[in-house]
Design a protein around this ligand. Structure first.
Ligand SMILES: [Zn+2]
Length: 205
C-alpha cells in the first residue's frame, strides 16, 4: 500500500489516498474541497477510488464526498456524524459555503476494523472536535482528522464539540502502544511520539 497526499482549499485540508497498487484501487480519507484535484490525482496515478472515509462531517472534509459517491465510491462515516451530512452540523451555512446533502453508505463505530480493497483500517472514535469524530489506524500510520495536529488539537467550540471529550480522546491516542506517523486533517505531518512530548496536551501522555 502506498499513501499519497494532497492539500486543498483555503483551510489547507489534507486528503489522503491509500492506494492498493496491485488492484489499482484507492481508499480516500477526507475528500477535502477540490474535486478537480482529486480526479486529476486519480487519473495521473491510474487508480480507481472505491471508498471515501470521513474523519468527521465538516464541509471542508466532507464537501466532495457526494460527488465521489456519484462517481461510484462508497462513503464511510461514524454513526454519530452521519446526520450532519444533511443538517447544519457540517457548518457549511455558518461559513457561507454550499454543501450538497447526501446519505452515506456505511456507518462505522468505535473499534470497528474495516477491510476495504485489501487495506485493513482500524477505527477509533475520538469525540471532541465533533461528537462523532474518528481516527483511522492503517499499519504504522494514524489519520487523526481534526482531533490531533502538530503541537495542537482541534477546536472544540463548534456544534457538538466538547473540550472534556477532547481531553479523553487525546489521552486515548497517547496511550496507544508504540509510535505512529500522524497524518492530520490540516497542515503538517507529525509523529505520536513527538506529540506525546510537544503537544499542547502533552501533559495527558
Ligand atoms: Zn472540522
Amino acid at each position: 500500500m502506498k499513501i499519497l497526499h494532497l492539500q486543498s482549499g483555503p483551510l489547507n485540508v489534507n486528503t489522503y489516498f491509500l492506494v492498493n497498487e496491485g488492484t489499482k484501487t484507492a481508499v480516500v480519507i477526507d475528500g477535502g474541497e477540490n474535486y478537480k484535484l482529486i480526479k486529476q490525482t486519480e487519473e495521473k496515478y491510474g487508480f480507481k477510488i472505491k471508498a471515501v472515509l470521513l474523519t468527521h462531517a465538516h464541509f471542508d472534509h466532507a464537501g466532495n464526498a457526494k460527488k465521489l459517491q456519484d462517481d461510484g465510491a462508497k462513503i464511510y462515516i461514524s454513526e454519530k456524524d452521519a446526520p450532519k451530512l444533511s443538517d447544519g452540523g457540517n457548518l457549511a451555512s455558518d461559513f457561507g459555503r454550499h454543501f450538497e446533502s447526501f446519505v452515506p453508505d456505511v456507518l462505522f463505530r468505535d473499534g470497528d476494523t474495516l477491510d476495504i480493497e485489501g487495506i485493513e483500517i482500524k477505527v477509533i472514535l475520538t469525540p471532541g472536535h465533533t461528537d462523532g469524530s474518528a481516527c483511522f489506524i492503517v499499519g504504522n500510520a494514524i489519520f487523526t482528522g481534526d482531533t490531533l495536529f502538530h503541537e495542537c488539537v482541534g477546536r472544540t467550540d463548534f456544534k457538538t464539540g466538547s473540550s472534556k471529550d477532547m481531553i479523553a480522546s487525546v489521552k486515548r491516542l497517547f496511550a496507544l502502544q508504540g509510535d505512529y506517523v500522524v497524518y492530520p486533517g490540516h497542515d503538517e505531518f507529525t509523529t505520536l511520539d513527538y506529540e506525546r512530548k510537544h503537544n499542547i496536551f502533552a501533559e495527558y501522555s
